[in-house]
Design a protein around this ligand. Structure first.
Ligand SMILES: Cc1cc2nc3c(=O)[nH]c(=O)nc-3n(C[C@H](O)[C@H](O)[C@H](O)COP(=O)(O)OP(=O)(O)OC[C@H]3O[C@@H](n4cnc5c(N)ncnc54)[C@H](O)[C@@H]3O)c2cc1C
Length: 490
C-alpha cells in the first residue's frame, strides 16, 4: 500500500501558470498512472488529475467501504477491486505483441494485485457454477479462460486496497509532477500542429467518467457539424469521436440467505462465451442499490440495514453488439456529455441475457447453493418481497418465467444496470491508430478504456492498466532508436 507522501502530488493552485513538459498526461486514472510512471523513467512528465488522491479516505482504502462507494460516487476509478486479464483472442485482435503484453501485466500485478479471497459463500457460488456445467475449474487464475475461476483482487489479506495511483510511487520523482484538482478544459494546438498546450482550471468538481471523447470534442476534434452547434472551431474532422459507445449490461438478483454470509467482493467468476457470472455477499449493498435487479420489487421501506443476510449474483453480457454514442451537452468540461448506450437494442444481446437468466435458475437449484437461499417463501421473505405468499417457491421472487420470451426480455430490460465497464468513443482504427495517436494530430494520443471496441476479459481494469504500461514501454523503445527526437514533444 502506498501513500501520497511517496510521490510528489501538488494542488493545481501551487503551480506556475506556464511550465513545459515533454509529456502531459490528462487524467490520473487507471491507464495513465501506469503510463506516466513509465514515461517518467526518461522524460519530464506532468500528470493532471481533476480529482484528488485516494489516500487517507478509509472508505476507499478499506474493504468494508467498498459497497458504500458504489452509492457515493460510482465514477471514482479507485473503487475497482476485481482483477482479470484479457483473453488471448482479444490480445491478438488488438494487434498487441503477446510477450510485451505479458510483461506489462506482470509489471502491474507485482505492484498492486493480490489473490482473491474465498469464503464460504464464494465457495458455494464456485461449486454451484461447476455443478451446473461452467467447467473446468480453473482455480486461482488471472487469465480469461472458459470455466470457473477465482480472479485477482486489489485488496490485500488485511483488507487494504491498492490502486492504480500506487504506480506513481514507482515513478522517477525528479521527472514526474502530479497536480490534483486540475481540470483540463481543452487542448490547444499551435499552427504547426506539433506543440500544444493544455488549458486547466482549478476545480473540485468531478464530471463524468467519459472524459476522453468529451475532451477531444471540446478541443475541436470530432464531427465538424456537431462542433459547429457549440461554436467550437473544428481542428480535425474525425466523425468517429464519441461513436461506438458500448456498456456491458448487468442484470442481478439478490438472494436472501437463512444463515449469515461473509462479506465478499466479486471473487469467483464463471466465464461462458455469452455471459459472465459473478457474485458478492454479506455487505449492505442490497439496501443501498435501489435499482439492483429484483430489489425493484422490494418495498423501499423494507430496504433497511438489517437486510444483510443476503448476496447477489450478476450476469454481465460479455460482448454486447448494441452501440450508442456520446455528444456534447455544453462547452463546459464540468457538464457531463450526453451519452446513450442503447442497451439491448440488438436482439442478439437480449438472447444472451436470457441465457444468463436461465443460468441463474440452474445456480439457484444447484446442491451447493441450497444452504444459502430460502427455497420456499417464509414470513421473512414474504415481508421483504411483498408480492409473495408464504409457502410458494421463491424462484418466482427472483426471476421471470424463462419459457416466456417476452416476459424474460422485459425483465432483462427493466432490471439492467451498469457494471461501469463502458468503453468506446475513441476507438482504435477510427479515432486513434495502433500507436494510440489521434488521427490528424501527430503529438496527441489517447491511452485508456475509450479506445477499446470490446471490454477486455471479465472486468477491464487489468487490461487498462496493462495498456498504460504497454504504450509507455513502446514509446520509450521507439524513442531510444530515434535519439534525435528525444528532446521534442512526441
Ligand atoms: C464503481 C466502479 C467499479 C468498478 N469496478 C471494477 C472492478 O472491480 N474491476 C474492473 O476490472 N473494473 C472495474 N471498473 C471499471 C474500471 O474502473 C474502468 O474500466 C477503468 O478505471 C477505466 O480506466 P480509464 O483509464 O479508461 O479511465 P479512468 O480510470 O476513469 O481515468 C480517467 C481519469 O481522468 C480524469 N479526467 C477525466 N477528464 C479529465 C479532465 N478533463 N481533466 C483532468 N482529469 C480528467 C478522471 O478524473 C479519471 O481519474 C469499475 C468502475 C467503476 C466506476
Amino acid at each position: 500500500m502506498c501513500s501520497a507522501e511517496f510521490f510528489d502530488v501538488r494542488d493545481a493552485t501551487t503551480e506556475p501558470l506556464h511550465a513545459q513538459y515533454q509529456y502531459i498526461a490528462v487524467g490520473g486514472g487507471t491507464a495513465r498512472c501506469a503510463l506516466a510512471t513509465t514515461l517518467s523513467e526518461q522524460y519530464k512528465v506532468l500528470l493532471l488529475e481533476r480529482g484528488g488522491t485516494p489516500y487517507g479516505n478509509p472508505r476507499i482504502e478499506r474493504v468494508e467501504g467498498w459497497s458504500d462507494l458504489l452509492v457515493d460516487d460510482p465514477r471514482n476509478p479507485s473503487e475497482t477491486r476485481f482483477y482479470s486479464r484479457a483473453s488471448a483472442a482479444q490480445v491478438r485482435a488488438a494487434g498487441w505483441k503477446p510477450s510485451r503484453v505479458a510483461e506489462a501485466y506482470r509489471w502491474v500485478e507485482k505492484k498492486i494485485v493480490h489473490p482473491g479471497s474465498h469464503g464460504v459463500w464464494q465457495t458455494a457460488l464456485q461449486d454451484s457454477l461447476l455443478q451446473t456445467g461452467v467447467t473446468p475449474n480453473n482455480g486461482l487464475n488471472n487469465d480469461h479462460i472458459y470455466g470457473t475461476k477465482v480472479g485477482g483482487s486489489l485488496f490485500d489479506k488485511q483488507g487494504r486496497r491498492d490502486s492504480a495511483a500506487d504506480f506513481l510511487s514507482y515513478a522517477n520523482d525528479k521527472l514526474l509532477t502530479v497536480l490534483t484538482f486540475a481540470n483540463v478544459q481543452r487542448i490547444i494546438f499551435d499552427n504547426s500542429g506539433k506543440i500544444y498546450h493544455v488549458e486547466i482550471i482549478y476545480s473540485k468538481t468531478q464530471p463524468g467518467a467519459l472524459g476522453s471523447p468529451q475532451l477531444l470534442l471540446l478541443s475541436g476534434i470530432g464531427s465538424c457539424e456537431h462542433l459547429a452547434e457549440f461554436n467550437i472551431t473544428c481542428h480535425v474532422e474525425l466523425n468517429a469521436v464519441g461513436a461506438d459507445m458500448v456498456d456491458n449490461p448487468k442484470n442481478a438478483i439478490v438472494v436472501l440467505s437463512p444463515t449469515p454470509v461473509e462479506t465478499s467482493l466479486l471473487s469467483v467468476v464463471g466465464i461462458d462465451k455469452e455471459f459472465i457470472i459473478e457474485g458478492g455477499s454479506g455487505s449492505n449493498f442490497s439496501w443501498q442499490l435501489p435499482g439492483m435487479g429484483q430489489l425493484n420489487y422490494v418495498a423501499p421501506s423494507q430496504r433497511t440495514p438489517d437486510f444483510v443476510a443476503s448476496a447477489f449474483i450478476l450476469t454481465k453480457l460479455y460482448d454486447p453488439i448494441s452501440y450508442g454514442s456520446l455528444r456534447l451537452n455544453s462547452t463546459d468540461i464540468n457538464r457531463n456529455p450526453y451519452v446513450k448506450f442503447n442497451y439491448y437494442s440488438h436482439p442478439r444481446d437480449i438472447e444472451y441475457c436470457i441465457s444468463g437468466v436461465k443460468r441463474f435458475y440452474k445456480l439457484l437449484r444447484a446442491p451447493a447453493f441450497q444452504p444459502f437461499r430460502f427455497t420456499t417463501v417464509t414470513s421473512l421473505v414474504a415481508s421483504i418481497y411483498y408480492q409473495l405468499k408464504e409457502g410458494e417457491s421463491t424462484e418466482g421472487a427472483y426471476l421471470p418465467d424463462v419459457s416466456n420470451y417476452t416476459e424474460t426480455a422485459e425483465w432483462c430490460r427493466t432490471t439492467l444496470t451498469t457494471i461501469w465497464h463502458f468503453h468506446g468513443g475513441c476507438t482504435v482504427g477510427k479515432v486513434v491508430d495502433k500507436s494510440y495517436r489521434v488521427f490528424g494530430t501527430r503529438p496527441l494520443r489517447v491511452v485508456d478504456g475509450s479506445t477499446f471496441t470490446k471490454s477486455p476479459g471479465t472486468n477491464p481494469q487489468a487490461t487498462v492498466m496493462m495498456l498504460g504500461r504497454y504504450v509507455g514501454v513502446k514509446i520509450l523503445k521507439e524513442r531510444r532508436i530515434t535519439p534525435k527526437a528525444a528532446n521534442t514533444t512526441n
